[in-house]
Design a protein around this ligand. Structure first.
Ligand code: NAP
Length: 320
């Protein structure tokens, strides 16, 4: 099969398309014929060798894919050959024509969700769901600011936030991104590249502040976020690429908090909640992954460059 392989940590150019043996499923494992693989920012940190999780070399990147079950190992009962599935982590890596996964790592993909959309489910939607339900414990009466709403996690958070009944504010840094944020259901959209946009956010809350902030770039925004919170507000730190100085007094005055998580460390119960919620949402049409760009598997290096550039527009997926 064709697969992207990384033999040394480095820039996007270390992503090489190779011909490697197609794996065979052992007991409790499944083989999925992949039609699309999702590209996530963490794939780039892992490839660079700067991520907390360092895979053994050589490895094939990617945790998110969608396709059909090609073969199942002994003892597998959850899925059968031909079933449409999405993956949430894999054994052998999603940037490939086939992937080996544990039975527990594949989930049935609702009929109305395409394979390219299915490649954008696990990390973006799992993160947005965990942030709103488990971390922020959001209530329908509350306001959420999705600080970075035009990308994978952000568009997922808009849809989930609206389904929960929240008042949703979203930010983007381009007109295309702002249009997407509005189209996906945000009540108000703000441009995070424009000076003074945080004043506009505060004004839109009548000066009260927002109850919840989902933060995609904490090293840039956290200090300002703390000033945008309402009493008992919470910032959920999802993305961060460096250090920042904050004034703890901003938390004290509002009895507010900042918390963070990584999707790798959630409990099995939380993961079960997430898949049940996401599958129900995809079935009833409230969750509709947005695919902004499809690239061939061979162009993984281009995808790794583009995902870190400004002007996000939903998901970048690799098709094979
Ligand atoms: P993505 O699709 O590349 O989107 C990035 C988002 O960040 C876009 O909406 C982008 O907006 C926005 N952004 C850029 N500059 C910003 C600024 N100054 N202020 C606020 N937002 C800004 O990435 P993603 O998949 O949504 O992931 C977002 C972040 O969360 C990444 O850092 C990722 O590594 C992290 N993440 C963490 C977890 C976890 O477990 N904690 C899980 C998933 C993702 P424009 O391009 O429109 O400017």
């Amino acid at each position: 099969m064709k697969a992207i392989q990384v033999a040394e940590f480095g820039g996007p150019e270390v992503l090489k398309l190779q011909e490697i043996p197609t794996p065979q499923p052992a007991a409790g494992q499944v083989l999925v014929r992949i039609h699309a693989a999702g590209v996530n920012p963490y794939d780039t940190y892992m490839r660079a060798g700067t991520y907390a999780v360092k895979p053994q070399l050589p490895y094939t990147p990617g945790s998110d894919a969608a396709g059909t079950i090609e073969a199942v190992g002994s003892g597998v009962t959850k899925v059968k050959k031909g079933d449409r599935v999405y993956t949430a982590k894999t054994i052998s890596g999603a940037y490939a024509e086939y992937v080996l996964a544990l039975e527990s790592q594949v989930h049935l993909l609702p009929a109305k969700i395409s394979f390219t959309q299915g490649a954008g489910v696990w990390v973006p939607y799992g993160t947005a769901y965990h942030a709103l339900y488990h971390s922020a414990q959001a209530h329908a009466r509350e306001t959420v600011l999705i600080h970075g709403a035009s990308g994978g996690v952000g568009t997922a958070a808009i849809q989930i936030g609206r389904a929960m009944g929240l008042t949703v504010f979203g930010t983007a840094g381009s007109q295309k991104g702002l249009d997407l944020v509005t189209r996906e259901g945000a009540h108000h959209a703000f441009d995070h590249s424009k000076p003074g946009y945080t004043d506009q956010i505060l004004q839109a809350t009548g000066g009260k502040g927002v109850d919840i902030i989902l933060e995609m770039l904490a090293n840039v925004n956290l200090a300002n976020d703390l000033k945008l919170l309402a009493i008992n507000g919470r910032v959920v730190i999802i993305g961060n690429r460096g250090e920042i100085t904050i004034n703890p007094r901003d938390l004290m005055a509002r009895r507010s908090s900042a918390r963070g998580f990584t999707l790798w460390a959630i409990t099995p119960e939380e993961e079960a909640d997430i898949h049940a919620g996401l599958i129900a949402g995809m079935e009833n049409g409230t969750l509709r992954p947005v695919v902004g760009k499809e690239l061939p598997l061979a162009e993984a290096a281009r995808a790794h460059k583009e995902i870190l550039e400004p002007g996000a527009h939903g998901k970048i997926v690799l098709v094979s």
